[in-house]
Design a binder for this molecule. Sequence first.
Ligand code: DAK
Length: 260
Amino acid sequence: MDFNNLLLAKEEMVAVVTINRPKALNALNYETLMEMRACFAALQEDADVRVVIITGAGEKAFVAGADIAYMQNLAPSAGKAFGKLGHEVMRTIENFPKPVIAAINGFALGGGCELAISCDIRMASQNAKFGQPEVNLGIIPGFGGTQRLPRLVGKGIANELIFSGNIIDAAEACRIGLVNRVYAPDQLLPECRALATRIATRGPGAVRLCKEAINNGMEMDLARACTYEADLFAQCFSSLDQKEGMSAFLEKRAPNFQDK
Ligand code: DAK
């Protein structure tokens, strides 16, 4: 599959999607979002891919935001279409039936921070920088930042970041729980690949149900969420992979999961 603004590489059940507009610090324009939508639709159908990593091209940025040059003179109808597409891409990643890891290798600002927050796991390089600077442009975060950031780091910290437009470094992002771990720049992708490969060897159906249980359950009250978990738990027992996982344990061998 060929894209103008993305690179796609697949290796050992892991796909790496690289947003490739380094001259604009990988800012998201309409075409890039359309390509991301198409890319994830293809990856969803690709049985050889079990985990996806998203990163940015070059050494400076993950994604420096939505493309300000593209947005500057948008008519209201085009602005609406752009916002709708952005939300759709973020939701696609959030609900993607395979884990998505953000490898944040530089600026993750505005829509770039929102993209990272839509992923399941965030890893950062030491030079990563995070923020929601939309208020500097006279707008509010528009790809879900006002909703997902407080759910991730808590309302007080999210308020501070969103109201001030402050930019924070990777260490601070790790301290507040915005990213899980921080690596030297040259270690970021290898570490993300290692984690992705480890996840890819686990029961794929079980990993998929874990994601559903966590994402959907967190929007429910605890009693309903536990009932929901019990239903998903029961579902596992109709899979061949559950039989294989338990047999492999008892036979003291590695499991051979088939996603069945
Ligand atoms: N968009 C377009 N181009 C960008 C960009 C961006 N977000 N960020 C950087 N660039 C471009 C710069 O214009 C520059 O282009 P040239 O001048 O070389 O042609 C090139 O990338 C290199 O940037 P700098 O020269 O500025 O590099 P520095 O190292 O000096 O500074 C920086 C790096 C990241 C601190 C700086 O570039 C910066 O502040 N960038 C803007 C960051 C930002 O404000 N991001 C938030 C964007 S607003 C919506 C929903 C959501 C959104 C919008 C609408 N709807 C519902 C409709 C989302 C909005 C956003 O994300």
